[in-house]
Design a protein around this ligand. Structure first.
Ligand code: NAD
Ligand code: GLY
Length: 360
């Protein structure tokens, strides 16, 4: 097992455990539980696969499983309330622990529920998708969607630990694996050119689920994420670079209806937009953009946007983004491959040019 640290301010530092067979390790699971009452928030797909494993490791606790429906469309205040309903019905106290067992949707919702319940209870992230293991479970961004914008309601709230068991990826389908690779590629593009080159050479191994290659990609991604979060927990600067491709991507997710495009797929398309815009600013050249597009293609990710969205829709949706200041659209771009810009005010003329090129 590898252990990385997210370094915040000592008292809130926490470990990321990465390895194999971790879900059945009682000592590891209980190391960060300091209560008798434990709620496991998961969904109807993950519960039959992994809930019993976690239950078996926690036999000495008062366990309550909250099983939500599966899907991005349920990442809403309405379904968040179901968690509160159950915790209150079972009289869970403020010292209770919540375990989020699932992908990014469950992690974001479980974390937000923990942040709000009785003004904050402890929580543990057990990410079960590649995307959640390399990105969403680390860093304490929690929340739900709103009909008018993705992840618009939420809180920064850090877990006690993250337990990333690579074995659970065995049941993940290929489309979801590729979606996770979009966020892995992101780290290479924004800050780790050596990793970017490694990904270009090793994409076939990752798609073939070579255990060693996957373990390396998870570890290197988490190391990158932990460093960025440690530097800028509340996103006043460098953390925003983790949003490469996301402003366009969130517009695609919201505009096409939550659940239609996977988050990682929307990010892949959005990053191609961002690369094109970076070229228009003279930061990337044609060959750089081609490398970005080729890598997403190699990861079996989409690179072209939905055909049913207009350029006006993108501009409208991008105007509701957490990076915007005074209503002005700001995006993360690439100054070079392996180096992201801080949030950059968009020249609407250039943005329109990119949208015209891709959206038509
Ligand atoms: P997801 O949570 O919807 O999971 C994808 C699918 O895989 C679901 O159907 C799920 O039930 C299923 N699944 C999960 N684990 C499985 C397993 N081991 N075997 C079989 N099936 C499994 O999607 P995701 O891609 O994990 O996460 C996307 C969400 O994460 C989005 O809502 C996005 O906004 C959020 N996100 C948050 C952050 C953050 O920093 N908080 C970062 C990136 C993404
Ligand atoms: N996934 C973006 C962030 O954690 O900041």
């Amino acid at each position: 097992m590898k252990v990385l640290q997210v370094k915040l301010d000592k008292a809130r530092d926490y470990p990321i455990y990465i390895g194999s067979g971790l879900l059945s390790q009682t000592e590891l699971l209980t190391r960060h539980i300091h209560s008798r009452q434990v709620a496991i928030v998961t969904n109807e797909t993950i519960a039959p696969l992994y809930l019993n494993k976690v239950r078996d490791a926690l036999v000495d606790y008062q366990l309550e499983a909250v099983i939500l429906p599966d899907g991005e469309q349920y990442k809403t205040l309405q379904y968040l309330e179901k968690i509160f309903d159950r915790l209150l019905a079972r009289k869970f106290s403020r010292n209770a622990t919540l375990i989020a067992l699932g992908g990014g949707v469950i992690g974001d919702m479980g974390g937000f529920a923990a942040a709000c319940y009785q003004r904050g209870i402890s929580f543990i992230q057990i990410p079960t998708t590649l995307l959640a293991q390399v990105d969403s479970s680390v860093g304490g961004k929690t929340g739900v969607n709103h009909a008018l914008g993705k992840n618009m309601i939420g809180a920064f709230f850090q877990p006690q630990c993250v337990i990333a068991d690579a074995d659970v990826l065995d049941t993940l389908d290929d489309r979801q694996l590729s979606a996770g690779l979009a966020e892995v590629i992101k780290y290479g593009l924004i800050r780790d050119p050596e990793f970017l080159a490694w990904l270009e050479h090793n994409m076939p191994r990752l798609l073939a689920r070579d255990k060693q290659a996957l373990a390396y990609a998870i570890e290197r991604s988490c190391a990158n994420k932990a460093e960025v979060v440690g530097e800028d927990e509340f996103e006043s600067g460098v953390r925003a670079t983790l949003n490469l491709g996301h402003t366009f991507g969130h517009a695609i997710e919201t505009g096409s209806g939550y659940g239609h495009y996977l988050h990682g797929e929307a990010v892949a398309i959005g990053t191609c937009f961002a690369a094109d815009l970076s070229r228009r600013l003279g930061w990337l050249n044609e060959a750089d953009v081609a490398r970005v597009v080729a890598l997403f293609k190699a990861a079996r990710l989409p690179i072209t946007p939905p055909t049913n969205m207009t350029t006006e829709q993108y501009v409208d949706l991008m105007a509701v983004d957490k990076k915007n200041v005074d209503g002005k659209i700001r995006v993360i771009l690439l100054e070079a491959l392996g180096k992201a810009s801080l949030p950059t005010n968009v020249d609407l003329f250039q943005l329109q040019a990119t949208l015209n090129e891709y959206v038509g």
